[in-house]
Ligand binder design. Structure first.
Ligand SMILES: Nc1nc2c(ncn2[C@@H]2O[C@H](COP(=O)(O)OP(=O)(O)OP(=O)(O)O)[C@@H](O)[C@H]2O)c(=O)[nH]1
Ligand SMILES: [Mg+2]
Length: 342
């Protein structure tokens, strides 16, 4: 990899981040060269050790001679916040390694903006040559959660001693987990965290079995993950709704010492090998398109439609119209806008 290529990729990331005119054409040109990459979403509770673990996994992937991209997603703080600074520090091990490319994304505001930007930056890193791209995000908001729906494999990291740890996981994260890491296994409470997790997985599998088949959660049509009971629980009870019958394994890790990282890497690799199916790809790419469209819709709401919304709101205040008439008129404006080719 020449330094020129690295500079070009960095510039492309900036263009994508800033949504400069021409960014979409650039992405379209890069996309075919990005398709080989393995996208691994890393999410979980704040402070669980996601960055430390990601860094350890990067080292493991490098040992296998894979080229690696890391997209650190932090919606709250682009440049000043502690989290990104923390990520930078933890990723320092990999600075100067020409086989590792690290970018932070912090698009705020627009609904879907975060996942769209993360996905686009992942395309740039994959086109640069990354075989594996890690997307690290804090699993606290819907927008962050959505990032994991774009991944081929989603790793959820929990740690004991973070308040309610497993209970603190946002609903929805459990459903999107392909592999769990109970990190900080050197601390008391790791066994309890594993048990909590196993229990929640069983309960979740039971509720899901009772739910209507194919019903996407959060409207995200995400139907892989917990179709089966977790490891260590009677596997004969597993149902067959998860593609490839994948059962999310739970791996204990001590990220700071690299313990369990080998097993974790294998669990992730097994997931990729076992679940690579056209159905799974369709589900992921469908989510990708939804995120992209949500992003464009949000652009419209915040741009072209903004003045019209203000004018409508003013009419409502004056009492000369009603929300039904106004939203219908706004919808028509949106449609006309679309038909005019923007
Ligand atoms: N004892 C112990 N500490 C750990 C372990 N892994 C990470 N830590 C420490 O936990 C703290 C948080 O680690 P990070 O990797 O920044 O966690 P994170 O989940 O990325 O944090 P945010 O991105 O801020 O949500 C750091 O001080 C790490 O050194 C572990 O396995 N054992
Ligand atoms: Mg982090």
């Amino acid at each position: 990899m020449t330094s020129g290529q690295v500079r070009a990729a960095a510039r492309a990331c900036r263009w994508v981040d800033d949504r400069v005119p021409g960014a979409r054409e650039l992405l379209r040109a890069l996309y075919p060269r990005s398709r080989h990459a393995w996208l691994i979403g890393v999410t979980g509770t704040p402070g669980a050790g996601k960055s430390t673990l990601t860094s350890a996994l990067v080292a493991r992937a490098r040992a296998a001679d894979l080229r690696v991209g890391v997209v650190a997603v932090d919606p709250s703080s682009p440049f000043s916040g502690g989290a990104i600074l923390g990520d930078r520090i933890r990723m320092q091990d990999h600075f100067g390694d020409p086989g590792v490319f690290i970018r932070s994304v912090a698009t705020r505001g627009a609904l879907g903006g975060l996942s769209r930007t993360a996905a686009d930056v992942a395309v740039v890193l994959a086109a640069w040559g990354a075989d594996v791209v890690f997307l690290e995000t804090v699993g606290v908001g819907q927008d962050e959660l959505e990032v994991t729906f774009l991944a081929d494999t989603t790793l959820v990291v929990v740690a004991p001693g973070l308040g309610d740890d497993v209970q603190a996981l946002k609903a929805g994260i459990l459903e999107c987990a392909d592999v769990f890491a109970v990190n900080k296994a050197d601390r008391p409470g790791a066994d309890a965290a594993v048990r909590d997790l196993e229990l929640m997985l069983v309960l979740s599998a039971e509720t899901q079995g009772a739910a209507q088949p194919g019903g996407g959660r959060h409207g995200l049509h995400h139907h892989h993950g917990l179709g089966a009971t977790p490891r260590a629980i009677d596997a004969s009870a597993a149902d067959t709704t998860s593609p490839g019958g994948w059962v999310p394994p739970i791996v204990r890790t001590v990220a700071t010492r690299g313990e369990g990282v080998e097993e974790l890497f294998h669990a992730l690799s097994r997931h990729r090998a076992q679940t690579a199916s056209p159905e799974r790809a369709r589900s992921r790419l469908g989510n990708r398109l939804r995120a992209q469209l949500r992003g464009r819709f949000a652009d419209l709401l915040e741009g072209a439609l903004e003045d019209a919304i203000e004018a409508s709101a003013a009419r409502l205040v004056e009492g000369v119209s009603d929300p039904y008439t106004e939203s219908e008129a706004l919808w028509r404006t949106l449609r006309d806008h679309r038909e005019s080719g923007s």
